[in-house]
Design a protein around this ligand. Structure first.
Ligand SMILES: CC(=O)N[C@@H](Cc1ccc2ccccc2c1)C(=O)O
Ligand SMILES: [Mg+2]
Length: 376
C-alpha cells in the first residue's frame, strides 16, 4: 500500500437540536475529516475535536494544523522508510511514527484510522472482524442534554424511550442534577437504565450533593471531577454509592490501568478519538477486561464514518454496557453516509471492508467548509 496523498476537510453539520452540556451549548458539529489516498484504496478518519477546546485541549482548527504541519510529514517519512525496506506501512506502525509529537490524540486518532481503513479495505477485511468483534448488533444508549425545564427533559426522554433506546444518559451540572434524575425516575420508573454525565463540572466538595443521587439506582456517574483529578475520583468513590465512570481522564491504556489501580473508576467510557485511535481503544478494552471493569463506547457526535468504527469497537466482548452509539438521526437530519438506524434498540455492526461506511460525495460536499490536498 503506497501513500499518494492526504485530503483534509473541515466540516460543519447542523444538529437537529441544540445540545447543551456543562461546557456549553452546541448548534452545529464542526469536525474534521481525513482521507488518505493510497495506490489500492482510500481510507477515512474522523477528527472528533470540537470547534473550541472546551471538552479537551484539542480543537478542530488546531488539530487540522497539527495533522498538516506535523503528522502527515512524519507519516510520509515512515512510509518512505518502510518502502525503502520493501515493507508496507502497517496500521500499527502509525502511532510509533507519530510518537515524537506530544499529545494531540484526536489528531493522531484520525490519521491512524484513515490509514487503518485503507489497509483494511485493501484486504477486504472489516474493522469489526479485525478487532475481534463477537456481536452483530450493539445496544444503543442515548445522551440527553441539559434542558430549559424538567417538562422539556421528560418529553425528550419519553421520545427516546419510545424510539427504543435501551439506556438514557442525562447531562448534569451543579443546579441540574438531583431534580431531573428524580423526575425521570418518577415518570419512567426504576427499570429504565439511567446514568448521568457531568463532564468535569463538580469538585470533591460537591460529594454530599452527588451522594443525593445514590437512591436513584444509576448505572454510573460519568466524569464528575476534573480530568486530571484521579485522586479526587478515588476519594469521591468512597463517599457515594453510584459507580464512578471516567471519560475525559482515560486518555490511554496506561491511564486506564492507573485509574483502576487507584480506585478512581469502576467503569470506563472508551472513545477512540480521545485515546488516539482504535488500536489503543482495543488495548484499553483488554486492560479493563483483565481487571473485571465493564466498558462502553462513548460518542463525540460522529458522522456515520466514526459511528461505523465505534459500532465495530462496541461489538467487542468487554463492551457490556450500552454506549452513546446512537442512531444518526439523534444528531443529524442528513448523515454524510448511509445512516445508522435503530432496530429494537440496537445498531447493526457493519461488516463491509474497512471501517464499514464511506461518505456519500454530494452529501459530504454539502457540509464541507474547507478542503485541502497534501500530495505525498
Ligand atoms: C454523546 C456525549 O455526550 N458525548 C460527550 C460530550 C460531547 C462531546 C462532543 C460534542 C460535540 C458537539 C456537541 C456536544 C458534544 C458533547 C461525552 O460523553 O462527554
Ligand atoms: Mg462523557
Amino acid at each position: 500500500m503506497k501513500l499518494i496523498g492526504v485530503e483534509l476537510r473541515r466540516l460543519a453539520i447542523p444538529l437537529v437540536a441544540p445540545f447543551r452540556t456543562s461546557f456549553g451549548t452546541q448548534q452545529t458539529r464542526e469536525l474534521g475529516l481525513i482521507r488518505v489516498q493510497t495506490d489500492s484504496a482510500d481510507g477515512y478518519g474522523e477528527l472528533v475535536t470540537m470547534a473550541d477546546p472546551v471538552y479537551s485541549s484539542e480543537y478542530t482548527d488546531g488539530a487540522i494544523a497539527v495533522v498538516r504541519d506535523y503528522l502527515v510529514p512524519m507519516l510520509a517519512a515512515a512510509a518512505a522508510r518502510a518502502a525503502a525496506q520493501s515493507r508496507d506501512l502497517d496500521p500499527w506502525a502509525v502511532a510509533p511514527a507519530l510518537a515524537p509529537i506530544k499529545g494531540h490524540r484526536m489528531a493522531k486518532a484520525a490519521l491512524e484510522t484513515a490509514v487503518l481503513d485503507a489497509w483494511l479495505r485493501e484486504r477486504s477485511l472489516s474493522l469489526a472482524e479485525w478487532l475481534g468483534a463477537t456481536r452483530n448488533t450493539v445496544a444503543a444508549g442515548v445522551s440527553v442534554g441539559i434542558m430549559d425545564s424538567v417538562p422539556q427533559l421528560l418529553d425528550a426522554v419519553g421520545g427516546y424511550l419510545a424510539e427504543g433506546y435501551v439506556r438514557i444518559k442525562l447531562k448534569i451540572e451543579p443546579g441540574w442534577d438531583v431534580e431531573p434524575v428524580r423526575a425521570v425516575r418518577e415518570r419512567f420508573g426504576d427499570e429504565v437504565l439511567l446514568q448521568v454525565d457531568a463532564n468535569t463540572a463538580y469538585t470533591l466538595g460537591d460529594a454530599p450533593q452527588l451522594a443525593r443521587l445514590d437512591p436513584f439506582g444509576l448505572l454510573l456517574i460519568e466524569q464528575p471531577l476534573d480530568e486530571e483529578d484521579v485522586r479526587g475520583h478515588a476519594e469521591l468513590a468512597k463517599r457515594i454509592k453510584t459507580p464512578v465512570c471516567l471519560d475525559e481522564s482515560i486518555v490511554s491504556a496506561r491511564a486506564a490501568a492507573d485509574a483502576i489501580a487507584l480506585g478512581a473508576c469502576a467503569i470506563v467510557n472508551i472513545k477512540p478519538g480521545r485515546v488516539g485511535g482504535y488500536l489503543e481503544s482495543r488495548r484499553i478494552h483488554d486492560v479493563c477486561v483483565a481487571h473485571g471493569v465493564p466498558v462502553w463506547c462513548g460518542g463525540m457526535l460522529e458522522t456515520g464514518l466514526g459511528r461505523a468504527a465505534n459500532v465495530a469497537l462496541a461489538a467487542l466482548p468487554g463492551f457490556t454496557l450500552p454506549g452513546d452509539t446512537s442512531a444518526s438521526d439523534r444528531y443529524y437530519r442528513t448523515d454524510i453516509t448511509e445512516p445508522f438506524t435503530l432496530v429494537d434498540g440496537h445498531l447493526a455492526v457493519p461488516r463491509e471492508p474497512g471501517i464499514g461506511r464511506s461518505p456519500i460525495p454530494e452529501l459530504l460536499d454539502t457540509v464541507t467548509e474547507t478542503r485541502e490536498w497534501i500530495a505525498l
